[in-house]
Design a protein around this ligand. Structure first.
Ligand SMILES: [Zn+2]
Length: 201
């Protein structure tokens, strides 16, 4: 896919790929403790420490998955940007403006919409479905991701969270049933044309 993109002058590069449970847990804890910026759906900073525990869980989930619930755990999903579209040293922020018309990655966005499926990839968070905010940069390899998606059950997630050192664990566990429906299962289904072409390894 990177080769095909390069022919159009797009340097497809990963901003983030596989992320393990401990790393996701670190992100979660930093956001919970106010050590990492918390953003609302429109990308504006939120003062998380002023929120109730329940509201803080909800605020984190807008942009970060709960530990154990990230598709980045599967090794099938990654966030991409166009290295050729920005100056050297540019710090990718992964915000909607970068991928919107006029943004540096607008062309990549259009290219992915047209071509990603040919390589087995699609974007599970393309549209706002009231769960995870739209993430035009997030690619999922549909045939392999399906294998993991089928195996992820609420009980598995609960067990992982219960046994980890997670800030706000009580509130998170309480929110788990709704969270599972709204953020884990509430993703776009892969387009049909993918399944005809790409196969799971
Ligand atoms: Zn992602």
């Amino acid at each position: 896919m990177a080769k095909a993109a390069a022919r159009e002058g797009i340097a497809l590069a990963p901003a983030s790929a596989y992320r393990d449970f401990a790393t996701q847990c670190g992100i979660w804890n930093e956001k919970w403790l106010g050590e990492r910026t918390l953003l609302d759906r429109r990308g504006r900073p939120v003062e998380g420490l002023k929120l109730s525990e329940r509201a803080r869980v909800a605020a984190i989930l807008v942009w970060s998955a709960a530990p154990g619930a990230s598709r980045h755990h599967w090794g099938t999903d990654l966030d991409v940007y166009d290295r050729a579209a920005v100056p050297r040293g540019y710090r990718v922020r992964l915000v909607p403006e970068e991928y919107a018309p006029g943004g540096p990655f607008a062309r990549l966005n259009g290219w992915l919409a047209k071509n990603a499926w040919k390589f087995g990839f699609y974007r599970p968070y393309r549209k706002d479905r009231g769960g995870v905010s739209p993430e035009p940069w997030h690619l999922s390899h549909a045939p392999t991701a399906a294998l993991y998606s089928r195996r992820l059950r609420p009980a598995t997630l609960r067990k992982a969270i219960e046994s980890a050192e997670i800030e706000g664990k009580r509130a998170l566990l309480r929110a788990l049933p709704q969270l599972y429906v709204r953020y884990v299962r509430n993703v776009e289904a892969p387009p049909r044309r993918i399944s005809r072409r790409a196969r799971a390894p």
